[in-house]
Design a protein around this ligand. Sequence first.
Ligand code: ATP
Ligand code: MG
Length: 385
Amino acid sequence: MDIDISKVSERLNLEEDILRSAIERRVISLCKYRDIRYIVFKKKVRHVERGTVLFLNENMDVVMGYPKIRRALVLDPTVKKYFVDKVVVEEKLNGYNVRVVKIDGNVLGITRGGRVCPFTTKKLLKLLDTEILKDYPGITLCGEMVGLNNPYVSHYYPEVDREICEGIRENLGLFIFDIREGSNSLPVEKRIELLEAYRVPHVKPLGVFKKEEVEEIKSIVLKLDREGREGIVMKDPDMLVDPIKYTTHYTHCQDLSVAFRYTFDLGIHFMFSRLVREGYQSYEFKEGEEELEKRAHSIGRSIIYSMVESIWKVARGELITEDFELYFENEEDLEEFLKYLKEVHISYVLKEKEVLKNSIFRVVIGKVYPSTRDKIKSYLEGSLW
Ligand code: ATP
Ligand code: MG
């Protein structure tokens, strides 16, 4: 790999040997977006988080990986024990994590894994006013890209429905939830002030509570659940402790249904953790027999319907895919994105492609889940488990 190991080592404060070994083990890979070269940490190496990016430019700019947010299985007593005094409750949006940075004059969108994603990079320029990065070039805006029309986590949010061209609607939005400088986050109030001043769309607090007011937080969760939303992230106002998260029954069921649709591609671990969350939630909300029965029903439905649907699909000889409908401004953007999917080893089929007004391209991409299809097929043909 043609990189200056000693410079990188100095920049990241990582010994050269450790760097060399990480490169050999392919934990670090060399990537390119247009003529911008960078290296990515695919796993955590010492203090360097997964998803950390180091640009191979003059400055060797570093964008730290977005840290993991730990989960409370019960809100009471976890919130009381964990926080210092006050708790800011924000909505947890169900999309994908994006870090927005400005490198040598280019605004880039980096995914959780640490790749500059061409789809994200182009869309965010339409969705955000990036003036803030002119005045504060060293910051990282961290946000969630949400909506139906993105290639990673497709979930409808009514508030991001927008017209991209006469009669063509796209459901896509980006909400910033954190401003980081190196590994430090701005205090919540300061972050919101700054984002408001620059008219950047952001996640707004659902409330600020004393850490003892867990019952209020629980009612927020119930309300979000009824509205079919993902959950909450709780933060210390000054970001003195790391944020923690809690999610709704609705989301667990959604996740389970996805997990069983792609039974043999999404790991056991993924399914198990969702089921466990349900157990603790039922306990925390002191469910009686009737409520528990209702929960059991909806968990069961989430699992069985999607799993059986996949079995039928394979039996009919169909592919098992997860479909994403995307809009591109022109054919070059589409081609660039398809090339990128190959580079990151996502296998897909192009299911639909049409040109709309003003040369806007609408496509449907089916992400292929090969193990699910192969396994189901082989069981249906008589293989033993
Ligand atoms: P991890 O648990 O390691 O963070 P994950 O991909 O499983 O990774 P999630 O369970 O979705 O993550 O929860 C963390 C993610 O939630 C964050 O990385 C961020 O993208 C997203 N998120 C959505 N809304 C918020 C918010 N208001 N504040 C912080 N993060 C948020
Ligand atoms: Mg998420």
